[in-house]
Design a protein around this ligand. Structure first.
Ligand code: HEM
Length: 409
């Protein structure tokens, strides 16, 4: 009999108690086409043990699954036990020796990279960018507002963060269509096609960074990264490529996916839309609450030594998954977690905590605030287009893939 080429499930490691196995794949959760995946994944996983074992936390990567906010917070804050050194599979997929910087660098080395980037991401730097970002947002909204309807993801939500990335890195806006095509291939395809898209992006970013090192320009982040010193040294080329890729991956799909969830919520919550139109000073609170309720990432950590963690024996080399979309809806952390309530003033993990907390936190919040202000001030009601419905997918980031919206002015 010929050998089948299909991947066989890895045998269960002998230190994993069968009672802790969750025999669904987190990576495949999207395939069940849940109407509201946040509610359904929480109902499913908060009903059982707090720590589970899943064969596919990310495709092909078995891991311990943290299902509760408090456990995720602890994992994020203990980098000595839970290392970020293999947080993504991108370097392995690409076959390169460098990793994503600073995302996959553990403390204390991590600190130098953060300090180098920090001035570009602190609130005063974002204040300087705001006017340009708002103009870019207005141009995009103006382009579709008179039509009264649009497919929000492809006609707005994916365009805006790409624009922001190009502005930040000092790249021409004409590159946006090309960037979107790559991004589209990256998140919509699998296997070889995904690898090809990833290689094309990395080749472009690497060449761009080398050019910025040869001929730095004034006032853009790419030139800063290419010429800055970390602990007194220029970064190695691989570190520079890894940093450009982290900024690309970190700031595009996360923001687009989040905007998709927020507009999907708003489209079904007319009172909240109205409240924010009447009092736009509450928009920052809405941003925090929408972020709280819609974690979109599930990052990975590598266990560095054998430990007992909340009663579970973990071995050095095990992976741990921290799905922030489950922290978002943890009823031990939030009363009535599925209700969007802008008076909550929540602490949340959507933008992480600990040494790797999201570097783009102020930028992300400002982008979302601008988008809400520009859309709500130009419309009197936004709804899901009648007869149509939204779709979502899980491609590493939980994201809305199709969102038909209609509005009145
Ligand atoms: C709503 C949008 C966003 C979400 C939900 C988000 C989420 C996250 C999360 C959960 C982490 C921690 C990853 C880990 O612990 O392994 C992270 C890190 C990071 N994010 Fe964001 N992010 C967003 C927007 C952005 C933006 C706009 C940028 C800027 C380009 C950005 C840049 C980064 C970087 C560079 C890191 C790595 C930080 C480090 O390792 O020290 N993010 N983000």
């Amino acid at each position: 009999m010929s050998e089948t080429l299909e991947a066989r499930p890895a045998p269960l490691p002998d230190h994993v108690p069968p009672a802790l196995v969750w025999d669904h794949d987190l990576a495949l959760f999207a395939e069940s086409r849940h109407a509201d995946p946040y509610v359904e994944v929480a109902e499913e996983l908060h009903a059982g043990p707090d720590i589970r074992w899943t064969a596919n936390a990310h495709p092909g990567r078995p891991a311990w699954l943290m299902t509760r906010h408090a456990l995720m917070e602890e994992v994020m804050q203990r980098p000595d036990v839970f290392s970020s050194s293999t947080a993504t599979d991108l370097s392995d997929v690409l076959g390169v020796s460098w990793r994503q910087v600073p995302l996959e660098i553990d403390p204390p080395r991590h600190m130098g990279f953060r300090q180098m980037l920090q001035p570009w991401f602190q609130p005063s730097a974002i204040n300087r960018l705001e006017e340009m970002l708002r103009r870019d947002c207005q141009v995009l909204v103006d382009g579709i507002i008179d039509r009264g309807s649009a497919e929000f993801m492809s006609e707005f939500a994916q365009l805006f963060p790409s624009t922001v990335f190009l502005r930040l890195m000092g790249l021409p806006l004409e590159l946006r269509d090309q960037f979107l095509e790559w991004e589209h291939q990256l998140v919509r395809s699998e296997g070889l096609a995904r690898l090809e898209a990833l290689r094309t992006i990395v080749d472009y970013l690497s060449e761009m960074m080398l050019e910025k090192r040869r001929n730095p320009t004034e006032g853009d982040l790419a030139s800063h990264i290419a010429t800055a010193r970390v602990n007194g040294e220029l970064m190695e080329e691989g570190e520079m490529f890894g940093m450009a890729l982290t900024l690309y991956v970190g700031g595009l799909d996360t923001v687009a996916s989040s905007l998709g969830w927020y507009f999907r919520h708003l489209a079904g919550d007319q009172p909240l839309q109205q409240r924010l139109r009447e009092d736009p000073t509450r928009i920052p609170d809405a941003v925090d609450e929408l972020l709280r309720a819609h974690g979109v990432t599930a990052q990975l950590r590598l266990v560095t030594r054998d430990i007992e963690f909340h009663g579970v024996h973990m071995r050095a080399g095990d992976m741990v998954s921290i799905p922030t979309f489950l922290a978002s809806r943890d009823d031990r952390a939030y009363a009535d977690p599925h209700r969007i309530d802008i008076d909550r003033k929540p602490r949340h993990l959507t933008l992480a905590t600990g040494p790797h907390n999201c570097l783009g936190i102020h930028l992300a919040k400002r982008e979302i605030k601008i988008v809400l202000e520009e859309w709500l001030s130009r419309t009197s009601s936004i709804r899901i287009t009648e007869g149509d419905s939204y779709r979502w997918q899980n491609h590493g980031v939980w994201g809305v893939s199709y969102l038909p919206l209609s509005w009145e002015r």
